[in-house]
Design a protein around this ligand. Structure first.
Ligand SMILES: Cc1cc2nc3c(=O)[nH]c(=O)nc-3n(C[C@H](O)[C@H](O)[C@H](O)COP(=O)(O)O)c2cc1C
Length: 183
């Protein structure tokens, strides 16, 4: 079972990307978590670009997201919501509607911030956006507060309870996932 892990942060030292690496380390047997890093290459969504020959970065997103059995998103919170780059990726992934990679895709959402709320508003918004885009959102929010204290200098997770919650969420994702059709 392949779970694609999509971080909404582009920065090198991102806590959300660290969280997805921690999820990969916490994955149960048979669940392979693979980081997807194409968000920064996508143009802003433009219906005029989305014709017979969409840009290569968009074709890559659709092939990769479409081939995944499930997708785990980690979102930062920017000004109370989802970073624009992540919303843009979801927009590209939601078209063309009937064959879109997000249509019926089983997805889950986590989020991290250095503050006291763990990107909770962003997670709530992302769950709504993914649902409207046609995905099946499973599991609960997983707000990781004070994210800067939860990883060591090498990015390894220091929090045993969080390790367990990530594993549980991946078990839920795997149990609910509809296997992707072979490309
Ligand atoms: C433009 C911008 C807006 C932000 N707005 C919020 C916010 O509304 N709430 C919050 O908790 N943190 C906010 N932050 C702080 C982020 O939570 C923090 O930078 C976090 O580390 C980003 O996630 P990352 O580590 O995965 O890059 C904001 C940061 C930026 C750059």
């Amino acid at each position: 079972m392949k779970v694609l892990a999509v971080s909404g942060s582009l920065r090198a030292g991102s806590h959300n990307t660290e969280l997805l690496r921690a999820a990969a380390a916490a994955a149960p047997a048979g669940v392979d978590v693979e980081l997807w890093e194409g968000i920064g290459a996508l143009p802003p969504y433009d219906p005029d670009l989305d014709g017979d020959a969409p840009p290569a970065s968009v074709r890559q997103l659709r092939a990769d997201w479409g081939a995944a059995d499930a997708i785990l998103f980690a979102t930062p919170e920017y000004n109370g919501s989802v970073p624009g780059g992540l919303k843009n990726a979801v927009d590209w992934g939601s078209r063309p509607r009937l064959e879109a990679p997000l249509t019926n895709k089983t997805v889950a959402v986590v989020g991290a911030s250095p503050g006291r709320f763990g990107a909770l508003w962003a997670q709530a918004d992302l769950r709504k956006i993914l649902g409207v885009a046609g995905a099946r959102v499973v599991g609960d929010e997983l707000p990781v507060t004070r994210a800067h204290e939860r990883f060591d200098a090498d990015g390894r997770l220091l929090d045993e309870e969080l390790h367990g919650r990530l594993r549980l969420l991946l078990e839920t994702l795997a149990a609910e996932a509809v296997p992707a059709l072979a490309a």
